[in-house]
Design a protein around this ligand. Structure first.
Ligand SMILES: Cc1ncc(COP(=O)(O)O)c(C=O)c1O
Length: 403
């Protein structure tokens, strides 16, 4: 039978760099090795009990569809939560609840762009932006931010040089996945100025907003531009409350036209999950502030443990991040993907190995990130220490080591 044709869009969507080597990890486990997963940002902290309590006591006789724009109570309490933490004055009408930040990003690409329109992003980038853009037919225009300059944002002029008559938005992730960078209000203000000068949207993915360290306070672009119709914030409960599996996210904007237009798309997919929205609303109303303070302290401590261990590796280079729970680490190898494969397939220390994500998959520009990996510090401190000890011993045993 002649081959059935599939779309270029689907075939050109790159596989996730986080999961690309997962089959090797599976094989390592079948062969009896334990694997430290530093490759994926799946937090191990327990989700708030308040969420599960609400699931257990859910008493509607039918699990019906909720509103397409999101559960009314959830929109209200999410607004209350942001108003309380950030000193804002949002109302429920400015929210659109989605299936994770992921769906919010797909919706926004579809609402703000026609196929072939462009969105500026910063390289390295959260790799799934590439998949979301492919699905929506949007062209991402990457501008490099580099490890040598702590992944600071490029200058106004460098960004301006990439703007064309097809540019519709700048998309920033802060605190950043995969670099851990927390951009300052001044840097974000500068982006806002460019967006104003060129009349384009500024979309900020604040999935990791509360994960900030070294005395920094959670910050939102909404604080810089109250009432702005140009600013859209993407948010999620996945990381903040260890609720990745609930698939609850949202976007927030003062732009009624964006909300009303996206609603047409949201109606076509009917609704986000009812039970998880109800449980999230209950949780946001009842969880104590101490839950998040504890989570934040724990990740800050893990970051410090990770860096103390990484600093023992000769030839390693990394920028100590101030937020999220990731770091891009340069290793003394030419091809970090081959090294990651070696760790999974050929190496173990005391029956254990470490899974890191090759950083090349987080760069849109080919050939970048070849000697780097992304590390997610989502394990307890003693496991992190051992995972890095495995990495270090693996480097010593690796024939492709450059130093
Ligand atoms: C920067 C960033 N944005 C969005 C997402 C997707 O989040 P969600 O689980 O809410 O879809 C992630 C998940 O890792 C992320 O790191």
């Amino acid at each position: 039978m002649p081959r059935l044709k599939l779309s270029n869009r689907a075939r050109q969507t790159p596989p996730s760099p986080i999961r690309r080597l997962a089959h090797l990890a599976e094989r390592a486990k079948k062969d009896g090795k334990s694997v430290y997963h530093l490759n994926i940002g799946q937090p191990d902290i327990h989700s708030p009990v308040e969420f599960f309590d609400a699931v257990r006591t859910f008493s509607d006789p039918v699990l019906a569809y909720d509103r397409s724009q999101g559960n009314e109570l959830l929109c209200r309490v999410w607004a209350d939560y942001m108003n309380r933490c950030l000193g804002l004055n949002l109302s429920a009408e400015q929210f659109m609840v989605t299936m994770g930040a992921s769906e919010a990003l797909v919706f926004l690409f579809m609402t703000c762009c026609d196929p072939g329109d462009e969105v500026i992003i910063f390289d390295p980038t959260y790799a799934n932006y590439i998949g979301f853009a492919a699905v929506a037919g949007v062209t991402l225009v990457p501008i490099l931010s580099d490890l040598e300059h702590n992944f600071a944002l490029p200058s106004y002029e460098k960004i301006e040089a990439q703007i064309t008559n097809r540019t519709r938005a700048i998309l920033l992730c802060s605190p950043n996945n995969p670099t851990g960078t927390v951009y300052s209000p001044e840097e974000i203000q500068e982006l806002l100025a460019i967006c104003e000068d060129y009349n384009i949207f500024l979309v900020v993915d604040e999935t990791y907003r509360e994960f900030v360290y070294d005395g920094l306070e959670p910050f939102s672009v909404l604080q810089l531009a109250p009432g702005s119709r140009r600013v859209i914030v993407v948010d999620s409960l996945s990381k903040r409350f260890s609720l990745c599996g609930a698939r609850i996210g949202c976007f927030v904007t003062w732009n009624e036209e964006v909300l009303a237009t996206t609603l047409n798309i949201a109606q076509a997919r009917l609704a986000a999950p009812t039970l998880e929205q109800a449980a999230s609303a209950h949780m946001l109303q009842t969880v104590s502030d101490e839950y998040l303070s504890r989570v934040r302290r724990e990740f800050e401590m893990r970051r410090d443990v990770l860096f103390q261990a990484l600093e023992q590796i000769p030839g390693m280079m990394a920028y100590k991040p101030k937020g999220a729970f990731y770091s891009i680490v340069q290793l003394p190898v030419d091809d970090a993907e081959k090294f990651a494969m070696f760790l999974l397939s050929e190496f173990a220390l005391d029956g254990k190995t470490t899974f890191v994500a090759p950083a090349s998959g987080f760069y849109m520009q080919n050939g970048r990130g070849q000697n780097k990996v992304r590390v997610a510090y989502v394990l307890e401190s003693h496991e992190l220490e051992h995972a890095v000890a495995v990495l270090r011993a693996g480097l010593e045993a690796y024939p492709g080591r450059t130093e």
